[in-house]
Design a protein around this ligand. Structure first.
Ligand SMILES: Cc1c2[nH]c(c1CCC(=O)O)Cc1[nH]c(c(CCC(=O)O)c1C)Cc1[nH]c(c(CCC(=O)O)c1C)Cc1[nH]c(c(C)c1CCC(=O)O)C2
Length: 348
């Protein structure tokens, strides 16, 4: 295909509500350690953050899964923790363990962070990656930018690392609500500017990752998952009408119902704790959904992979759907199983 018309971009068509005979497909963490070519480029960069901040190399790893598999979307290679770093948090990655950050445990730590107006000084290389990608991607491939949602980013900024139950963030929320809410507000405003700059640089869709939304219950879910997403999406829609937003309130369960309507999101991404049949009935009624094959099938493969892939395609076939995993692909995945999933989705 040589045309650059948005009509050729199946991801954009699905996000506009079109029901396509074959769902477009991409994969969370599609650029990653399960690919030998990713490991080679990462070794060249030296470490993960250098890879994120070197536009030519970040663009290269973004393109690798497009070349290998021909996915319908490319997702900018970066990380949700670059925004906290741009806001003045210290950030480093411990090999084999994950991210570490300086912590926010009270008003004094919050006061040491930088104003939103200063984030571009750190994040400019990310925008440059987006510019390179919008030149180099095939005409039919949609470029997705992204950021973490405020609650998920806050859980890392408060604890200084990933936590199984987000306990430190819940504690700050319950014991020092003014500081917690000021942090959520700072991240919300930073995320608006960060995503807006990605769109200006050429991102055609943006996605908000709320990986830990599932640990917010009742009114907390409304206040700290739904409301910040609504604020971000409302402001982005005002500045960039027509640019679709995908929201991913992971493990929201019942909270998925009405989430798109309440926040203005064009699409809700589903994890695999909900069945596609339930989600078709209760979530897809409001528009496009994305998901939701369990990532472990990329490790285990076989007939179970084929069956579950077909089941998801079938369950969502009456409405707009983007095929994806329920969460990111893991480093132990077999690249052959990714091809097998794509063949089943595209070939029936
Ligand atoms: C929570 C979160 C993070 N980062 C992200 C989330 C939300 C999605 C989710 O729930 O998975 C999002 C993210 N991280 C990365 C992308 C790039 C685009 C993509 O291919 O999806 C995206 C969209 C690259 C990455 N981000 C990271 C890697 C692995 C780093 C490496 O190469 O060693 C990649 C490819 C590191 C990272 N970054 C983060 C953690 C907890 C870790 C360590 C765990 C791990 O190693 O998988 C924070």
């Amino acid at each position: 295909m040589t045309s650059t018309s948005p009509r050729d971009k199946t991801i954009l068509r699905a996000l506009q509500g079109e029901v396509l005979p074959t769902p477009p497909i991409w994969m969370m963490r599609q650029a990653g350690r399960y690919l030998p070519e990713y490991r080679a480029t990462r070794a060249k960069a030296g470490d993960f953050l250098s890879l994120c901040y070197t536009p030519e190399l970040a663009a290269e790893v973004t393109l690798q899964p497009i070349r290998r598999y021909g996915f319908d979307a490319a997702i900018l290679f970066a990380d949700i923790l670059l925004l906290p770093q741009a806001l003045g948090a210290d950030l480093w990655f411990v090999t084999g363990e994950g991210p570490r950050l300086s912590t926010v445990t009270g008003a004094a730590d919050l006061a040491r962070l930088k104003p939103v107006a200063e984030i571009d000084a750190v994040l400019n290389p990310v925008y440059e990656t987006v510019r390179i990608l919008s030149r180099e991607l095939p005409a039919e491939t949609t470029l997705i930018g992204f950021a973490g949602a405020p609650w998920t980013v806050a859980t890392y900024m408060i604890a200084g690392r990933g936590t199984p139950d987000q306990a430190p963030a819940h504690r700050l929320k319950d014991e020092d609500r003014p500081t917690f809410e000021a942090l959520i507000d700072l991240i919300t405003r930073g995320t608006i500017e960060y995503l807006s700059a990605q769109i200006q640089a050429g991102a055609e869709v943006v996605k908000l990752f709320d990986s830990w939304a599932g640990s917010l219950r009742g009114a907390d879910f409304q206040r700290y998952a739904l409301e910040p997403a609504r604020q971000i999406i409302t402001e982005l829609k005002q500045r960039h009408p027509g640019v679709p937003v995908i929201a991913f309130p992971r493990e929201a369960g019942q909270g998925y119902v009405g989430f798109a309507r309440a926040t203005g999101a064009d699409c809700v991404a589903l994890d695999n704790s909900v069945t596609p049949e339930w989600a078709a009935e209760h979530v897809q009624v409001d528009g496009c959904v994305q998901g939701n094959l369990a990532s472990r099938h990329m490790v285990t493969g076989g007939e179970a992979l084929d069956e579950e892939t077909r089941r998801i395609v079938r369950a969502f076939s009456k409405g707009p759907h983007i095929f994806n995993l329920g969460h990111g692909i893991t480093p132990d995945a077999d690249p052959g199983n990714v091809q097998r999933m794509i063949d089943v989705v595209r070939g029936g």
